[in-house]
Design a protein around this ligand. Sequence first.
Ligand code: NAD
Length: 275
Amino acid sequence: MTSHFEIADREAMNAGRRLLGKVAVVTGAAGGIGKEIALTFIREGATVVVADLDRDRTAAAARDIDPSGERALGLTMDVTNEEQVEAGMSRVVEAFGSLDILVSNAGIQIVAPLVEFEFAKWKTMMGIHLDGAFLTTRAALRQMYRQKGGSIIYMGSVHSKEASPLKAPYVTAKHGLIGLAKVVAREGAAHGVRANVICPGFVRTPLVEKQIPEQARELGISEAEVVRTMMLRETVDGEFTTVSDVAETATFIAAFPSNALTGQSIVVSHGWFMQ
Ligand code: NAD
């Protein structure tokens, strides 16, 4: 039998947890920004599905964020694959009975001058960033409409607002996510579903570590110059945005209690972009 002390302990532990009892799917959560969001959601009381490409990485990330195995599940899912998304999202609802938060975060970067950009690589970029957002959104909305509520968060970028050279498909797709979020906000409101975009500045994840030498090569400058003159020049303090800055923003949006915060894009970039 549960004692009064245990109940009191549990209540104290749960006090102030902003996502208590919520079920969240975070795509691209085996590493980088997605994994930090998943970890933060767990700390805030949610049950979290870590969706990513590789079975071992998703399982390892789920174990890292919740060693008890009670509130985190690894899900192998390529967001560009309609069948995998449909099956994966159905599994989430079967396993946990609801779906309250979708963070459409999976993403990659391919840099090249527009004049040389290979069409196949352009399509890969559109597939992951836009098809992935659409497919996961559509599957999530079905459940969110049934349960009359939910919050969808897209991982945009300062490149949802600004352009940089060499990033044509990334900038195009990240701008596109704002359009999708606005439509979801309009259609979803009647069903209690909100949609918003987080637009981070540069965050030192594998996605960015890979770009530094690539851009240095393309532009004929040093890696330090890429960081100083390309990535952080316009910030107010020369600082990278951190994974926890982004995870805190995701938690704020996910926990927001009403339709007042919907159809928005929130920039978290050390002032690189000010709107
Ligand atoms: P990351 O490379 O560390 O993580 C991305 C994850 O997405 C990886 O685990 C990868 O396996 C997964 N992924 C890739 N393709 C997938 C697919 N088809 N299906 C499922 N999962 C897939 O990168 P990150 O920096 O953490 O980026 C996460 C998101 O944040 C991306 O959308 C990125 O564009 C965006 N973003 C990153 C930065 C930054 O500076 N790092 C800035 C702004 C926005």
